[in-house]
Design a protein. Structure first.
Length: 200
């Protein structure tokens, strides 16, 4: 099998895995069921992914890879407000998507903690440096000890409890327009802090 065909086949299998995960939940999802629905051999899945945890870790990595380029592009070359607006909108669309929520639910159900570690490594830990780097180019007010602290503040304003509410079914997947509205709210508040926060 050529590399291109293998990558296409992996995407097809992972699409089926999302479908089964949505229908059955992580604990009741099996490699055999995914293989059946994907019309692949169980042996192929184990050869490519190792086991169910390996398959879902690969899905986390693929989901991250699709977002990283968009996030990096969104935060280069504009004013601080424009860059934060682009970054915030893309990040919200990414982490509140149906697929991201399914992966978070799978990680919560994985007693080994391996999927939670994969989410941390391929999610927050790989994305936050872009924001820190952009904020590091700005003069920070005294109350922010570092660009890292400022980035944490923006993320808190941007996400709030929305990811938790999505996880629990409290809100549906937001539209691009809704994410832009939420990002604009976070940017407005953050820029106020950038100009008015004092250490007192």
């Amino acid at each position: 099998m050529s590399d291109d065909r293998k990558q296409t086949r992996r995407r097809e299998i992972e699409d089926i895995a999302y479908k089964v995960l949505a229908e059955r939940g992580f604990s009741s999802t099996s490699m055999l069921e995914i293989a059946k629905q994907a019309r692949a051999s169980n042996e192929t899945l184990y050869q490519w992914y190792g086991d169910k945890l390996g398959l879902f870790a690969a899905m986390i990595e693929a989901n991250r890879a699709g977002a990283v380029e968009r996030l990096q592009t969104s935060i280069e070359g504009g004013s601080l407000g424009d860059d934060l607006m682009g970054f915030g909108s893309v990040l919200l669309q990414t982490i509140l998507s149906d697929r991201a929520i399914l992966l978070n639910r799978a990680a919560a159900a994985d007693a080994s903690g391996q999927l939670a570690e994969a989410l941390r490594r391929h999610g927050r830990d790989s994305v936050l440096p872009f924001l820190e780097s952009r904020l590091g180019r700005e003069p920070l007010p005294p109350a922010f000890a570092s660009a890292s602290e400022a980035a944490e503040c923006f993320i808190a304003l941007l996400i709030g409890d929305r990811q938790i509410r999505r996880m629990h079914g409290g809100i549906a997947q937001p539209s691009q327009e809704t994410c832009q509205v939420w990002a604009a709210q976070a940017v407005r508040l953050f820029l106020i802090l950038m100009t008015r926060v004092s250490p007192d």
